[in-house]
Design a binder for this molecule. Structure first.
Ligand code: MGD
Ligand code: MGD
Ligand code: MO
Length: 670
């Protein structure tokens, strides 16, 4: 049987090489590409069966217009011609009446392909639409990290193979970065110690040598406390600090006066645990710190990342030596994205709207949004404070277009529902945020039904709107090639020969990744001047928003975190679990107080909304902390709500990110 290669399109650091076994036009099997150095021949459970999703009869096959009430999910088939006519008429009318900014595009990373992910940008810039700030995921962590570290690529994950100590800090490697795990286990086999720092014992925590049950948001206190101990013991890398950094004295002065008791209180860990972590760093200088984005999803989340970045630098983990490294998000292929985004098409800068505050934007913004164009995203499930998002989507005067593969909770609210291809039906180009490899792909199968890819949708719509710029006539191959031409980090050997589809190539940044000395004398900054003078120059311990609000604390006794579930990818694959409730982890002490037993149906609630779950009484979580894994779809038929009915539109300390792991809630048995 024929084998065809592609790349997994999902929003995951692993960006896997996938090999499809074909029976004619049908995919019968998917395997991990053995030739992809990071995938190394295996796929996660979700993607091993991704062809069932591609070939599912439940996909959206045709353009449709709404015939029922908003949210009811009743539609009638129309032709693409009619669909384009409706869009052209409504979008033209809205622009003439209210101006271009009345249109809000909403997209994120349903498909991580460079071209398809950003395909709407040229169209929306030309139209003059409001701009969506892409804050939902890594904005806080990224701003915190790069403020101190600069724009260098992080350490390649492969460095862990030579490490003696591996620290998973706020990342569930076995769930969200599963192809890194064999490397960690390899290091472990050679004697490396594995540390997990997380508020609950997730599946990665179960295989740790040392587990530190930090309080949510307690990482700044932990990192700085350990930093202080190492400073006092003279165990920092003085040569790195002197040669490759600036601003250390300022942080040092703070650490000297900082009270370790406060670190203990804020982190939830005792002094013994602080000393234990510090001793591990002393005993095993060849340390690799893998930092997750999870720990940044609270009102002091960027600060946590800043503290860990500074600790890693002071330990000399950025000196490029064997087995030493720190990785938040690989910057293997920094690129000029203008050939894809075409921001120059904007006549004037339009207003910016934070995507985690979609609820506010749809209900409370002046001048209002009159049209919402959703693609590559399922905002009703993934954006916080879903109750307010839902109220917005219910607005009769809001014209909502949704380009989707499946009838997601958001798609049920569409006025116009358009069929999207999966990446298996597309061309594209992929890099990764967890490793240093890239690849170009070609379609594995023909588009199903009348589905089209994001690129084709926006090119055709632009032409029908009469946008005459040449870029709206480009083919997808031309756009990929232009992007590659501009991308200076693509190895020259690859460029000279063109990039054939399926070729996997490594970033030239790989060799020096994470090594400061290799970057022309740039210095790590322990102290940073931000534009906003209220943002502290150095990492320091501050108070939280919702967690420490006295009123909320008295009414909603539990802290809530909402990390990913292994078989869902954000809300993608939600169609496989319709009608199923996710679990709620609760500590045995709290279960007694609340009269809850494993298997009970429970209602988790706060002032924003509720989510119905099934209780799992377990010591894997801490007393006072509820853990709801997974963004299951809300059930439009039964009125069941989603996990994000509980989360807040408040944003992180930097980057305007979502505070998904900082809500106060209570729970009752139903
Ligand atoms: N199976 C699966 N894989 C995924 C995803 C998925 O939904 N499912 N999502 C993908 C996406 S979009 C992303 S961005 C990545 C995210 O992956 P990660 O970077 O791993 O981030 P999260 O999964 O949000 O959280 C990781 C861990 O951080 C912990 N955590 C929460 N708050 C804190 C805190 O204050 N301190 C500390 N130390 N830990 C904390 C959580 O309990 C969780 O165990 O994963 C990707 N991979
Ligand atoms: N409570 C809570 N909420 C969270 C998080 C959390 O940890 N807890 N994590 C947050 C994070 S890190 C992220 S990144 C966001 C993710 O938010 P989203 O990027 O919205 O993620 P998905 O839920 O995967 O939805 C993607 C949708 O795009 C569709 N899609 C896939 N490919 C294509 C395509 O080629 N074209 C079109 N038109 N559509 C396509 C899929 O069918 C799917 O419905 O969620 C955030 N929400
Ligand atoms: Mo994400």
């Amino acid at each position: 049987m024929e084998l065809k290669k592609t790349i997994c399109p999902l929003d995951c650091p692993d960006a896997c090489g996938v090999v499809a076994t074909m029976d004619g036009e049908t995919i019968v099997k998917l395997d991990g590409d053995k030739e992809h150095p990071f995938t190394a021949g295996f796929l996660c459970k979700k993607v091993r069966t991704y062809h069932h999703r591609v070939q599912s009869e439940d996909r959206i096959f045709f353009p449709q217009k709404r015939v029922g009430k908003k949210g009811e999910g009743k539609f009638e088939r129309i032709s693409w011609d009619e669909a384009y006519q409706i869009m052209v008429d409504r979008l033209t009318e809205i622009k003439e009446t209210h101006g271009g900014e009345a249109l809000l595009p909403y997209s994120y990373a349903g498909n991580m392909g460079k071209v398809n992910r950003w395909a709407g940008y040229p169209f929306f810039h030309k139209y003059g639409a409001s701009q969506l700030l892409h804050t939902i995921c890594s904005a806080a962590a990224g701003e915190g990290w790069y403020a101190h570290y600069g724009s260098h690529p992080n350490s390649p994950p492969e460095k862990v193979l030579d490490s003696d100590l591996v620290v998973a800090w706020g990342i569930n490697i076995k769930v969200s970065n599963i192809h890194f795990m064999p490397m960690v286990l390899n290091a472990k086999k050679k004697g490396a110690k594995f540390v997990v720092i997380d508020p609950y014992i997730n599946s990665t925590g179960k295989v740790a040598d040392y587990y530190f049950p930090v309080k949510p948001g307690g990482d700044t206190a932990l990192a700085l406390g350990v930093f202080k101990i190492l400073l006092e013991k003279g165990a920092l890398d003085r040569s790195f600090i002197e040669q490759h950094s600036e601003g250390f004295e300022e942080l040092q002065s703070y650490l000297k006066t900082m009270d370790l008791d406060e670190c203990v209180r804020k982190s939830g860990l005792n002094l013994e645990q602080f000393n234990q972590l510090a001793d591990l760093f002393i005993q095993y200088p060849k340390a690799f710190v893998r930092i997750g984005i999870g720990l940044s999803r609270n009102s002091q989340g960027a600060m946590s990342v800043r503290a860990i970045a500074c600790l890693s630098a002071a330990l000399g983990l950025f000196d490029g030596a064997e087995g030493k490294g720190a990785l938040l998000s690989s910057g293997g292929f920094p690129a000029n994205s203008e050939p894809i985004k075409h921001t120059a098409l904007m006549e004037k800068p339009t207003r910016e709207i934070n995507m985690v505050q979609l609820g506010q934007a749809l209900n409370r913004l002046a001048p209002p949004i009159h049209a919402l164009f959703v693609y590559n995203s399922n905002p009703l499930s993934v954006a916080p404070d879903a109750g307010e998002v839902r109220r917005g989507l219910e607005r009769e005067d809001l014209f909502t277009i949704v380009h989707e593969q499946f009838l997601t909770p958001t798609a049920r609210y569409a006025d116009l529902l358009l069929p999207a291809t999966t990446s298996f039906e597309n061309d594209d180009f992929y890099t990764s945020y967890g490793h240093f490899y890239a690849s170009k792909i070609e379609p594995v199968v023909q588009p199903k039904g009348e589905a089209i890819c994001n690129f084709e949708l926006f090119q055709t719509l632009a032409q029908k709107m009469g946008f005459s710029e040449a870029i709206f006539q480009e083919t997808i191959h031309e756009r990929i090639d232009k992007y590659l031409d501009e991308n200076e980090t693509i190895p020259s050997s690859v460029k000279e020969n063109g990039v054939p589809a399926g070729l996997i190539f490594r970033s030239e940044n790989f060799e020096d990744g994470g090594n400061y000395a290799a970057f022309g004398g740039a210095k790590f900054k322990f102290s940073v001047s931000f534009k906003d003078p209220k943002i502290p120059r150095i990492p320091c311990i501050l108070d939280f928003d919702e967690f420490e609000d006295p009123d909320l604390k008295s009414r909603f006794p539990f802290q809530l975190i909402t990390p990913p579930m292994v078989d869902l990818l954000n809300s993608t694959f939600g169609e496989r679990y319709v009608g199923k409730k996710g679990n709620m982890m609760i500590h045995p002490d709290d279960a007694v107080t609340k009269g809850i037993e494993t298997g009970d149906t429970v209602k988790v609630f706060n002032g924003r909304g509720h989510n119905i779950r099934q209780a799992q009484v377990t010591e894997n979580t801490q007393a006072g902390l509820l853990v709801l894994e997974g963004i299951f779809w809300e059930d439009g038929n039964s009125g069941g709500n989603g996990v994000n009915d509980l989360t807040s539109q408040k944003t992180t300390d930097l980057g305007g990110g979502g505070t998904y792991h900082e809500a106060r809630v209570d729970v009752v048995k139903l």
